[in-house]
Write a protein that binds this ligand. Sequence first.
Ligand SMILES: [Fe+2]
Ligand SMILES: [Fe+2]
Length: 325
Amino acid sequence: MEKRNERIEVMNHLAVNMDDIVNKYLIPIDTNWQPSDFLPDASKETFFDEVKELQQAARELPYDYWAVLIGDMITEEALPTYESSIMVVQGVDMVHEPEGWARWTRAWTAEENRHGDLLNKYVYLSGRVNMKAVETSTQYLIADGFDIKTDDDPYKTFVYTSFQELATNISHRRTASLAKKHGNNSLSKMCAMIAADEMRHHKAYKSFITSIFEIDPSEMMIAFADMMKQKIVMPAHFLREMNGEKSGVYGHFSDAAQRLGVYTGKDYIEITELLLKDWNIATMTGLSGPAAKAQDYLMRLPERLTRLTDRIKVPELEYKFSWIN
Ligand SMILES: [Fe+2]
Ligand SMILES: [Fe+2]
């Protein structure tokens, strides 16, 4: 209980600067890009020609690419899960403090909402996708929720989001460059726009943790180590298909991402290393006994992960997704 009160106090202290936080890391809504900026306009006569062109370019993309793009899209579409899980974190209070961390959560959600919207319309127009199968997976993922083991702890939650926003930045960035490689410049642009949003979000969440380290270093260190001990699971880890088992298709999606090099075990290690560096974990002093132990664990983590990752082989076999025609 005491720990909980301390967490809420730290969160309230940081929320005093909510105007600055929102202005620094999010884009004013009126000037932000919207999905329709990148899609054929159905009110124009040129619409059908543009769709034809879009579909021709879509034919050049390989099977694994579709698996990854659709999996990424479904992950983005499960935003209700992410917003609702942050809304119940200690120090986020939509009822009593709607202009504090609840405001950040709403504004971040509003930006994120464009990602699934854009990708959904693209895959629909591409003609390559069984939309009903995809929509069923999306409904399942939202209904199944996720289990990311952050509890309602703001420290763990912001470690998770710092990590995850960078992971999504990397994967959208890579789907952008692959699209370009296959001559699909318009899809490349879409993925790149999304990737840029994710990078801003990553910087925001990372700065929240930096501020918490300044106020409550020992507890923050322990929370960071706790999160890394149980591994950062991907938000779509319950991904399934129609009539399928919970999590049944997640492994196939992540295998496709590894085969394509869009998101790999190596990326997990590099994100970990970057967070260790940016939060100055190595040089932090004045920690409690348990926090110093947590620091030790964290500093050894990249080497341990490298040993484990070297042993993992990615299955070569492509899986037949119900999503892809
Ligand atoms: Fe996103
Ligand atoms: Fe994001």
